[in-house]
Design a protein. Structure first.
Length: 359
C-alpha cells in the first residue's frame, strides 16, 4: 500500500483534487443534520414527545432531571424508537457506502448495492423462512438469518460464474450473472408468495422495506460489523481512486485490481446482506446518495466515503420517520417513500446530464 500512496496522491491532487475546506464544511453540516434528524425522529411518532423531554431521556445518565418526563415516554423512547432510529442510521449508512463502492468498482454510475442480485436472494431467503414457519422454532433472528443466507448464496453463485471469464470482461460477466440470478430468485420469491396464503401480507411488507422489527438485539452485532467494514473500506479508498485510471493504469501503480475486487465485493456483500436482513429491501439509497454527494464533494473516494455514509443515514432516517408518521397509526413501508423521493431525483440527474448541466 505504501508504494502506491505517492503516485495515487499525485494523481488525485492533479486530476480530482478538492477544496478541503468545502469538503470539511459539507461533512460538518451532514453530521449536524444527522444529529438533528435523530433527535426529531425520536420525538415524532404516534405519540409525540416534547423535544426537551426527548433530550432528558437520552441524557438522563449524565444527571439530567427527568422527574417531569412521563414513564410512558421513557419506555417509548428507550424500548421502541431509539433502537429503530439507530438501526435506520446503520442501514442507511451501509447501503450508501455499498453503492458508492459498487459504482467505483464497476466505473458505472448506475451500479447499486443490489446489482449482483443480493436483494433478490435475501428476499427469497426471508420469504422461505416465513412460508416454512421457521420463525416460531428459531426465534426473532430467523428472518434475518434467512435473508442473509439468501443474499450470500446469490453472490457466491454469481462470483463463481464470473470466474470462468478472464481478463477485462470480468466485471461485465459479474453484472450479467447478477441480473440473471436476481431474476431467478425474484421468481422464487413470487412462487413463495403464491404459496404463503395468510402470510402474504407479511412477506410483501418486508420486501417493500420495514424497520418495524428493530430492537436492541440487532445492534450488538449490527453496529460493530458496520464500523469494522467502514474502517476496512477506508484503507481501500486510495486504490479505488486509482481504479479510475482503468485496470491497466491501476496495475502500473502497483495495485492488483482482481484482489481489490474480491475484497471489496466480499465487504459489500456482507454489509448489504446484513442491511437487507434487518430492514428489508430498501431501494435508491445506494444509488442516489453517492450521486448527490459526488456533486457536492467531488469524486475523491476518501471524502466520498464519509459523506455518503452520513447522507445515507439521514436519507433513510428521514424516510422512516415519515413512513411511521404520515398516515398514523398506519405505517407505510419505508421502501415506498425512498422510491417516491429517489426516483424523481434520479430522473432529474439524468435530465441534467443529458443537457450538459452536470459534469
Amino acid at each position: 500500500m505504501n508504494t502506491t500512496q505517492q503516485p495515487v496522491k499525485a494523481y488525485i491532487k492533479k486530476n480530482i483534487g478538492l477544496k478541503k475546506i468545502s469538503s470539511k464544511w459539507v461533512l460538518g453540516i451532514l453530521a449536524i443534520l444527522l444529529l438533528l434528524a435523530t433527535w426529531i425522529s425520536i420525538a415524532l411518532g404516534a405519540v409525540t414527545i416534547p423535544l426537551d423531554h426527548t433530550l432528558a431521556i437520552l441524557f438522563q445518565t449524565f444527571g439530567w432531571d427527568v422527574s417531569e418526563v412521563k414513564n410512558s415516554h421513557n419506555l417509548i423512547v428507550q424500548n421502541i424508537r431509539l433502537p429503530r432510529v439507530l438501526t435506520a442510521i446503520l442501514a442507511g449508512w451501509i447501503l450508501a457506502i455499498s453503492g458508492m463502492v459498487m459504482q467505483g468498482l464497476f466505473q458505472n454510475a448506475l451500479a447499486s448495492p443490489y446489482v449482483l442480485g443480493i436483494a433478490s436472494g435475501a428476499s427469497a431467503g426471508a420469504a422461505a423462512v416465513i412460508v416454512l414457519g421457521m420463525q416460531s422454532s428459531l426465534g426473532g433472528f430467523a428472518l434475518s438469518l434467512g435473508a442473509f443466507a439468501g443474499g450470500t448464496l446469490v453472490v457466491l453463485i454469481v462470483y463463481r460464474l464470473a470466474r470462468f471469464r478472464k481478463g477485462q470482461h470480468f466485471s461485465y460477466t459479474l453484472i450479467l450473472s447478477g441480473v440473471a440470478l436476481g431474476a431467478l430468485f425474484s421468481a422464487v420469491t413470487t412462487f413463495l408468495i403464491f404459496l404463503s396464503g395468510e402470510q402474504m401480507r407479511e412477506i410483501i411488507f418486508w420486501i417493500m422495506g420495514n424497520l418495524g422489527r428493530s430492537n436492541w438485539s440487532y445492534l450488538p452485532w449490527f453496529a460493530p460489523v458496520t464500523l469494522i467494514c467502514t474502517v476496512i473500506l477506508g484503507f481501500y479508498m486510495r486504490d479505488l481512486n486509482a481504479l479510475s485510471l482503468g485496470e491497466s493504469g491501476a496495475q502500473h501503480l502497483g495495485i492488483n485490481p482482481k484482489s481489490m475486487h474480491r475484497v471489496l465485493l466480499a465487504l459489500v456483500t456482507l454489509m448489504t446482506s446484513l442491511a437487507v436482513s434487518v430492514a428489508g429491501t430498501i431501494g435508491f439509497i445506494g444509488l442516489i446518495t453517492p450521486h448527490a454527494m459526488r456533486l457536492l464533494v467531488g469524486p475523491d473516494h476518501r471524502i466520498l466515503l464519509p459523506a455518503s455514509a452520513l447522507a445515507g443515514a439521514i436519507f433513510l432516517l428521514a424516510s422512516d420517520t415519515l413512513a411511521r408518521t404520515i398516515f398514523t397509526p398506519v405505517e407505510l413501508p419505508v421502501g415506498v417513500l425512498t422510491a417516491f423521493t429517489g426516483a424523481p431525483f434520479f430522473i432529474f440527474l439524468l435530465m441534467m446530464r443529458r443537457e450538459g448541466g452536470l459534469g
